[in-house]
Write a protein that binds this ligand. Structure first.
Ligand SMILES: Nc1ncnc2c1ncn2[C@@H]1O[C@H](COP(=O)(O)OP(=O)(O)OP(=O)(O)O)[C@@H](O)[C@H]1O
Length: 959
């Protein structure tokens, strides 16, 4: 039966009790709108299924009005569906209190009410409830909270970044690892962590159209995150508005009534950046939607222009960055369009830290000196103290308080100093870039050049015509081009190998594939921009199939970004682009994590042509075929004009001189970078000892044995059948007596899961069972949000105590009611409190553990409960009141601890802001005042922290 909602009534959300005490604002048209003032949130529900419970106080209950001492209810009087409480203060003064004025901060005590009313449950349910609290608190406090569940290999550089990202209230990062080192995985870890920690609910991922499905699959199979793909078709189905102003019957007013923002319809949305940047109306709707987090892949494709003519993609990114609190941008080639574009992206992420391009460029010149200082701080912090030059340098950069701390205990405080230096004078907080060189263990790149005779008619004209002669030919060019002939032979002599071919032009890609498939019978598929998403993904899947799949995949340039083709043995570069970052991206399709064996790169080219010279340029000047190229765009910026000129004119002497010179410039740039910027990035992106420690901690936190025990308890109580599958693996199936029809994430046919990460990585048909698997996570949430097992009564057959002695066991968990963006729950992680008291309120919790009590306690038959409760009710009532006194003391301690942890973090953020203000005129007094106000608000909310009574067990000593 549905409840009757009346404006002014006070209700509480069963699913989100932390929202505090809600007040009904509207109840019309079978919908109910409720506001939660404590957390500044509103919710709308269908009235028939609203997950709300009416809050109704009884005589004797304590109630609160804001800024008032507590009152005790004498009587509740109902008037037109709302209550007026007659209540008195500690001096006996009485006053009427309409429920509308009650404080929105509420402490919940359904366990108490249930126990006192004799509504008790079986022992085992209570045990499950307490196990749920203890296990979830333990997991929430673990350093690996949020990153344990993903089905990924434990790679230190990725987990290190996720850990760094978790440290700040909002995460705003450029993930810029070299190609194929797992930026998608890093982004997934960060997203997963934010979702699991309740720090982000509404997430938008924007990627190039070609990568939409790959992201969808990766998010689901590795992270259990079910994103919805939004495209124009889907949006059109939701948003009825049609802009057909030219039509005779067009009625703007009527159309406006059909308008709906489609992006409000789902929480986790994945969409193509190409589509949105070309669709102003959808882009506007996107910006009007409230997002907690934005992820943008291949961010280098969005171009910034100093004169304000940035492309539509960049403009959309800019607008989103202004309103979305957490932003991740991914690019393997951050400086693809020069330092300006790189700076523009950093500024979007952190405008306070990056006020001007000039300052940023100046800063880069000081990186070598800074990285040497950091090196010394890392290896010999005591020597830094002893060196007056180092200390003078530090004094010029950092605040006196941090330096004083460092001088007191150099080894302990050096890491904080390093963080502050990296953040304020490097790109510490905003940019992570891991390289193959710093991670190590990658297979080598091997170039296989294939010189071919230059056919007549080729090798003349503009540089473009010389480099890509096939583009100017008729479609039958494939019959005569020696590269096709070579390719055919190559494929036939490597029949068991997968070959990826990339060329810069869609028509050429199509011609090559068609010819080899139809005329030469090669099992192949093709991948180019005019194909639909589905067709492209089918082509990629056909290529990936190890048994029946294609031997060859021919891609236009769109296949060179983001795709995972590391399983292919050979990469054929049918042509070479003039952009070294594009070439690096192409090689990155094979040279990525998970690759086994050398990266075989094949370049068929024409002898004594511009192609041969360009190959020599890449090989000898940039060395791109032997190591990842990080200096490509800088060298190209310097030499492109003269290189193109020399290539066009085909002056071999001049070219070899140019290559020798560029090679020297490249070498010295590499050295310069490795002493300065790259060294700083290396220091920042993965500190190996910390990263290794994180992973070993994560492995300890997994606690598979305890998880298994917990699952057994859970399944037992909810009627889910559990059976052994094999070592470290189980099968779960809905049992005939399953308690709830919607046991979370359990398919009707059941599921097989393993506790072993390695096995989960190789067996995709098995679920990876951790404390973060959706079934476990949502079962825990289900128990937390309801009162399942909240109260129990048992007998305690022990000899040492007189029969009839009462022991009361109580578990509390803290809650703080504040706007979600303040993320104050993180300062309470892992805290819960157990009391075990006798009638004199003596706390026996240390003497008798919960487990021991579980072993000793016996369940009381349901029909005996009412009589038993009548006997003990009075004594029990006074014990419950005594508990309140103990709780007050504990609450004081926790408020203090959480407040201190919160302020320590705010103070360090404040120091940063003050330090940045010295160099950035945009940060003024107003920013600092707003910051202080937010700190004060957080502190006040923590001072209002409440302890929820989570579970109560009465044990009555029997003989
Ligand atoms: N921790 C991991 N466990 C398992 N597989 C991983 C892990 N990290 C990366 N991979 C795999 O390595 C490949 C490269 O990873 P990913 O696509 O995230 O790299 P990327 O840096 O985004 O690449 P690009 O620069 O091409 O966009 C993918 O197939 C990915 O699934």
């Amino acid at each position: 039966m549905s409840e009757i909602f009346i404006p002014g009534q006070r209700w509480i959300s069963n699913a989100e009790p932390d929202l505090g005490l809600g007040i009904i604002l509207e109840a019309e048209n079978r919908r109910v709108l409720i506001a939660f003032p404590a957390s500044e949130e509103e919710r709308t529900y269908a009235a028939a299924s609203a997950p709300l419970s009416r809050v109704q106080y009884q005589a004797g209950d304590a109630i609160r009005i804001a800024d008032h001492p507590p009152l005790t209810v004498i009587e509740a009087i109902e008037q037109q569906g709302c209550f007026i409480y007659l209540a008195e203060d500690e001096h006996g003064n009485r006053q009427p209190v309409p429920e509308q004025v009650l404080s929105a901060h509420i402490s919940l005590s359904s366990a108490k009410d249930k126990l006192l009313a004799g509504q008790v449950e079986h022992q085992r349910r209570y045990q499950l409830r307490i196990a749920t609290l203890e296990q979830s608190q333990r997991h929430a406090a673990a350093g690996s909270h949020g990153v344990m569940g993903p089905r990924v290999q434990l790679l230190p550089h990725q987990f290190y970044i996720a850990k760094q990202a978790a440290q700040h209230e909002q995460v705003r990062l450029l993930l810029a690892d070299e190609v194929g080192l797992g930026k998608t995985i890093e982004a997934g870890l960060i997203v997963h962590q934010r979702v699991l920690q309740d720090r982000a609910k509404r997430i938008l991922i924007l990627v190039p159209e070609t990568l939409v499905n790959q992201w969808l699959v990766e998010m689901l199979r590795r992270f259990n995150l079910q994103f919805s793909i939004f495209d124009e078709e889907r949006c059109g189905e939701i948003d009825g508005y049609r802009d057909e102003a030219d039509s005779l019957f067009y009625d703007e007013e009527e159309e406006k009534l059909k308008e709906r923002n489609p992006f409000e319809e789902a929480q986790l949305i994945l969409a193509s950046m190409d589509w949105l940047s070309g669709h102003p109306r959808r882009a506007e709707q996107l910006c009007q939607t409230q997002w907690d987090m934005l992820v943008v892949d291949e961010a280098h494709n969005l171009h910034w222009q100093a004169d304000g003519s940035s492309d539509a993609g960049y403009q959309l990114l800019e607008q989103l960055c202004n309103v979305v609190p957490s932003v991740l941008m991914l690019t393997a080639t951050p400086e693809n369009a020069g330092i300006e574009g790189h700076f523009a992206r950093l500024r979007l992420l952190d405008p306070q830290r990056y006020p001007s391009l000039e300052a940023f460029q100046k800063e880069q010149a000081g990186y070598a000196e800074l990285s040497q200082l950091i090196d010394r701080l890392q290896t010999q912090p005591e020597d830094v103290i002893a060196s007056s030059a180092d200390m003078a340098q530090l004094k010029a950069l950092l605040d006196a308080a941090s330096l004083a701390q460092f001088a007191d205990n150099p080894a302990h405080h050096a890491p904080q100093l390093i963080d502050a230096l990296l953040d304020r004078f490097g790109t510490g907080r905003s940019l992570f870039r891991n390289t193959r060189a710093s991670i190590g263990g990658f297979p080598a790149r091997k170039l296989n050049p294939h010189p071919l005779p230059l056919p007549t008619g080729y090798g003349e004209g503009s540089l473009e015509e010389q480099l890509y002669p096939e583009r100017a030919q008729t479609p039958d060019w494939v019959n005569d081009d020696p590269r096709i002939n070579w390719l055919e032979k190559f494929l036939l002599s490597n029949i068991d190998s997968k070959v990826l071919l990339i060329c810069g032009n869609a028509d050429i890609a199509r011609d090559i594939e068609l010819f080899l498939r139809l005329r030469r019978g090669i099992a192949s598929s093709v991948f180019y921009e005019d194909m639909s998403l589905l067709e492209r993904d089918r082509a990629a899947a056909y290529f990936a199939d190890p048994e029946e799949g294609a031997q060859l995949l021919v891609c236009s340039e769109i296949g060179s970004e983001g795709r995972n083709f590391q399983f292919a043995e050979h990469l054929v570069l049918f042509d070479l682009p003039l952009n070294p970052d594009l070439l690096e991206q192409r090689i990155g399709r094979l040279d990525r994590i998970g690759r086994r064996g050398e990266v075989q790169i094949h370049t068929p080219y024409f002898e004594q042509s511009a192609q041969e010279s360009l190959l020599a340029w890449y090989r000898d000047a940039l060395k791109i075929f032997s190591e990842p190229c990080t200096i490509g765009s800088a060298i190209m910026a310097q030499y492109k004009t003269i290189l193109c000129d020399a290539l066009t004119q085909q002056r071999p002497q001049e070219l070899s001189g140019l290559i020798a010179e560029a090679s020297k410039t490249a070498e010295s740039l590499r050295e310069q970078l490795s002493a300065g910027r790259n060294r700083l990035l290396e220091l920042n992106s993965c500190r190996r000892p910390q990263a290794d420690h994180l992973l070993s901690q994560l492995q300890q936190d997994e606690r598979p044995e305890q998880l298994r025990e917990y699952l057994e308890l859970l399944c037992d109580q909810f009627g889910v059948d559990i059976e052994e599958h094999s070592e470290n693996a189980i099968i779960l199936r809905p049992g005939e007596q399953m308690l709830t029809e919607a046991f979370p994430h359990l398919p009707e046919e059941g599921m097989t899961g393993t506790f072993d990460r390695e096995r989960a990585l190789s067996r995709e048909d098995m679920h990876f069972l951790t404390w973060e698997h959706p079934l476990v996570h949502d079962s825990i949430a289900m128990i937390h949000s309801g009162d399942f097992g909240a109260a129990a009564v048992s007998t305690l057959p022990v000899k040492g105590l007189p029969a009839g002695t009462l022991l009361l066991e109580a578990y509390y968990s803290p809650t703080v009611q504040a706007p979600v963006e303040m993320q104050l729950q993180r300062f309470l992680a892992g805290t819960s409190q157990r009391f075990l008291i006798d009638k004199k309120a003596k706390d026996l919790s240390a003497a008798v553990s919960h487990d021991r009590l579980n072993q000793l306690c016996q369940n009381v038959k349901r029909k005996l409960v009412p009589a038993l409760m009548r006997q003990v009710r009075e004594e029990l009532g006074s014990m419950v009141q005594q508990l309140d006194g103990l709780v007050e003391i504990k609450l004081g301690e926790w408020r203090k601890q959480a407040g201190e942890a919160f302020m320590a973090q705010r103070n360090s953020e404040r120091l940063r802001l003050v330090s940045l203000a010295e160099r950035n005129p945009d940060i003024g007094q107003a920013e600092l005042a707003a910051f202080d106000q937010a700190s004060q608000k957080g502190q006040q909310a923590l001072e209002q922290m409440q302890l929820n009574l989570y579970g109560l067990r009465l044990a009555i000593v029997s003989q």
